[in-house]
Design a protein around this ligand. Structure first.
Ligand code: 26Q
Length: 783
């Protein structure tokens, strides 16, 4: 290992050890690790080919992979050798790992899920490819300036990327606009190249390696030499810059930024390139396109790649010469669609004018698909085109062999609400696949103390068979085990506290406090404002009775708001304003601290989750499709305070109701409550704590220099309150006080935390991928 690193430092990086920077060392180590994936990578491809196996293609606009070096080292089981080699070379292992920038090619849950699934597909030996976009700029970097979110560009590709291989020979010309002659001959008005970059994804033990193929946009005409020679330098480079904008930046909105032309271009760009690549690979091995459904399964990660359906039909008809009905049947046998949200504002739709201008042939094909579906299902009343919009959920559903939700509750709600009619017509089509997370990243490597303890008791079989964590349960009767479990948690908290106290002004975190954590995108439906309101009420209660024996708490928040989401940004501002006042209060600051950690990303999650005591999963029931952070916390021994929403329901079923703090209205109760006039005002009237906390927000207690600053938040909660913050407040307060009591009994708390770990094995993404293989893809694993 030492030689391999040294060789790369000299011959790939071109530095001597004396001149090498931390980045040079990190690059050299990364290349040395990457070398060791190569053989398994080639072998995986060869075995897939030789077996004539079905391949799975995961199409996603987002892959939130985070750092890759530690993941590679851990999965190849090279940790000891690398850290020894680095020590001998005078370098610090942890520093080298931490030098890598996150690949933040995603917004949140959907993108991180895609990354976990790729890793699990490799662990299981499922022949699979991820397809996405190689964004030059991932999700923006969040700064907090005077308590407010400020977005800064993210620049991960400004330094060389150790993990990717450029494939200039794998490129496709992608057209846009133009016109259609004779009904089928599309002549695009402009085009760009989609060029492939491949990243190997190694599974546990490095036995199988799949490929993440990301597309980068390149101009078809490099630059205009005539204009350059005439001295028009900017104009000469214009067409190049325009082409490259397609893969320039990830859209930072995790609901929808509706109707943006560039977004639609991105969607078509990567879907079309992927479909062509899939067909090319298929045809290099098989001759009959009618075999496609037998040899290929394509998974659409939400509707963002939905245009892949019409594109596949178009290629089969217009270029391969199949008739329309046959083409449609082949496409429908091949495609599947995962839905990740029921929020009406998040269901993707495009103005048909824009759509038809950019993709005229596809709009005609969509109409034909829709008519064919309507003809076969005469009782259908809805359609893909509606009120001048093209509805991508509807399109995805009718083009898919299987449609799935991401938690049991979410799947049932799909059937009863958004897709009720289509479900009636196709009662077999919707299936559930509850989300999962990879235990390699989300336990083994992010929480060494806990994973070492588990290894001492169980060995390492749990790493790719997570249900083995059940075998921890007998150890809960061993006080030494519980002590060690508690010690691991405390040490994780101490590390985090040290780091936060150094970096967060005004914060005094103490590992003896309960670490109460809410980390996720900032959204009204996720209700960070419910949490901060309860924090305010708690602070007020502590001030009233400072000696009432309060359980000391640190309230931790982190998360990004979409740049255009004004209310979400106000919530961030309020949290920071409350932190400033509360942390400085001499009466309470030993009992209550509040922090908003900037720039939440995968690496920060890996630091926070192992140190959490309490996991906040408090969305309005019916709104969070699944959640995956909730699973990571439970696995790492945090207890959940949560509503009956998304996968919380299944987490509670498995860890046991006595180890989960439930509160709030159910989905049905939410709908009923919303129909009651003045529901919020009534709730405020009935709870004096809520009224007092709201008054403090409204009257400028946290913004003395601008007393009206947070009035909008207070007015929303006491007025329209669509997300029922006011109506759920009293029960949330009750549950939080129950949490206080439980945490005060340290021994019992540790037991309950350990039970969360022992009973979370089902939430492995390996289990989820087996579900997709069996129920959706009908594909085999080759390990
Ligand atoms: C769409 C069009 C235009 C611009 C942006 C978008 C867009 C981008 C990202 C829409 C949605 C997203 C991301 C959604 C998402 O992350 N959903 C989450 O998916 C997780 C994995 O299934 C679930 O656990 C979460 O409950 C769900 O919110």
């Amino acid at each position: 290992m030492k030689d391999a690193i040294g060789r790369h430092l000299s011959y790939s990086i071109g530095k001597t050890p004396g001149a090498a920077t931390l980045r040079d060392w990190r690059m050299a180590v990364s290349l040395a690790i990457r070398d060791r994936m190569a053989d398994a990578w080639f072998a995986s491809t060869r075995r897939t080919y030789e077996a004539g196996a079905k391949r799975v293609y995961y199409l996603s606009m987002e892959f939130l992979v985070g750092r890759l070096l530690e993941d590679g080292i851990v999965n190849l089981r090279l940790e000891e050798r690398v850290s020894e080699a680095l020590a001998e070379l005078g370098q610090d292992y942890a520093e080298v790992i931490a030098d890598e920038p996150d690949a933040a090619l995603g917004n949140g849950g959907l993108g991180r899920l895609a990354a976990c699934y790729l890793e699990s597909m490799s662990t299981l030996g499922c022949p699979a490819y991820g397809y996405g976009i190689r964004y030059e700029h991932g999700l923006f970097r969040q700064q907090i300036v005077d308590g407010r979110q400020v977005e800064r560009p993210e620049t991960w590709l400004q330094q060389p990327h150790a993990w990717e291989f450029e494939r200039p020979e794998s490129r496709y010309e992608i057209g846009f606009g133009g016109s259609v002659r004779d009904g089928t001959v599309w002549t695009p008005g402009e085009s760009v190249w989609a060029e492939a970059f491949d990243t190997p994804v190694a599974g546990w033990n490095g036995r199988w390696v799949n490929t993440l193929r990301l597309w980068s946009a390149k101009p078809t005409e490099p630059f205009d030499l005539d204009r350059f020679n005439r001295g028009e330098y900017a104009a000469a480079a214009e067409s190049e810059a325009l082409a490259r904008t397609i893969s320039r930046v990830l859209y930072p909105d995790d609901t929808t930024e509706q109707g943006k032309e560039l977004r639609l271009k991105q969607e078509y760009f990567f879907s079309a390139a992927s479909i062509r690549d899939i067909l090319r690979r298929f045809e290099s091995q098989f001759s009959d396109l009618r075999q496609l459904p037998e040899k290929v399964a394509i998974q659409l990660n939400d509707t963002h790649p939905a245009i892949a359906g019409p594109e596949l039909v178009r290629l089969l008809c217009d270029e391969k010469g199949l008739d329309f009905d046959e083409a449609l049947q082949i496409a429908q046998g091949t495609l599947n669609y995962t839905n990740h949200t029921l929020l009406p504002e998040a269901l993707e739709h495009w103005p048909e004018g824009l759509f038809g201008r950019l993709l005229p042939r596809h709009l005609a094909i969509i109409d034909r698909i829709d008519h064919a579906h309507a003809k076969a299902n005469p009782s259908r009343t809805s359609s893909v085109r509606d009120h001048g919009q093209v509805k991508m959920g509807e399109l995805s559903f009718i083009m898919a062999n299987r449609v799935n939700g991401v938690s049991a509750l979410h799947t049932e709600l799909m059937k009863s609400t958004v897709f009720a009619e289509l479900h009636r017509l196709h009662p077999e089509r919707i299936v559930n696949q509850t989300n999962g997370v990879t235990p390699r990243r989300w336990l083994l490597s992010c929480n060494r103390r806990l994973s070492t303890l588990i290894e001492e008791r169980l060995g390492l079989g749990w790493v790719d068979d997570l249900e083995q964590l059940h075998d921890l349960e007998p150890h809960l009767d061993d006080p030494a085990f519980l002590d060690a479990y508690a010690a691991a948690k405390t040490a994780n908290k101490a590390d985090l506290a040290d780091w936060m106290n150094r970096t967060q002004e005004g914060l005094t975190a103490d590992p003896a406090m309960m670490f109460d954590v809410q980390i996720k995108r900032i959204h009204e439906y996720k209700r960070q404002h419910l949490n901060i309101l309860e924090t305010i009420a708690l602070w007020q209660a502590m001030r009233d009775a400072p000696n009432a024996g309060w359980t000391p708490r640190l309230k931790l928040f982190a998360g990004k708001a979409a740049p255009g989401y004004v209310f979400a940004k106000e919530i961030i501002h309020l949290i920071n304003a409350v932190a400033k006042v509360v942390n400085a209060d001499k009466i309470t600051n030993k009992m209550l601290q509040v922090a908003f950690l900037p720039n939440y990303n995968v690496s920060l999650a890996e630091k926070l989750i192992p140190a959490a005591d309490l996991s906040e999963q408090i969305s309005t029931a019916g709104k969070e499709a699944s959640g995956t952070g909730n699973m990571k916390f439970a696995l790492n021994g945090a207890l959940t305070i949560g509503t009956l929403d998304g996968a919380n329901v299944e987490i509670r079923d498995r860890v046991g109701a006595e180890n989960f703090f439930l509160f709030g209205m159910t989905t049905d109760e939410v709908d009923q409550r919303r129909a009651i006039p003045d529901h919020a005002a009534k709730a405020v009237e009935a709870d004096s704590r809520l009224a007092r906390a709201l008054a403090a927000v409204r009257d400028g207690r946290f913004s003395p220099e601008d007393p009206g600053l947070f009035r909008g938040i207070a007015d929303n909660i006491s007025g329209p309150d669509y997300f029922l913050v006011a109506s759920d407040f009293s029960d949330y307060w009750r549950a939080q006080r129950e949490v206080d009591g439980a945490f005060a009994n340290a021994g019992d708390w540790t037991r309950r935390a350990a039970l969360n770990t022992a009973r979370s094995g089902w939430f492995s993404s390996d289990r989820a991928i087996r579900g997709y293989l069996d129920d959706i893809w009908g594909a085999e694993t080759l390990l």
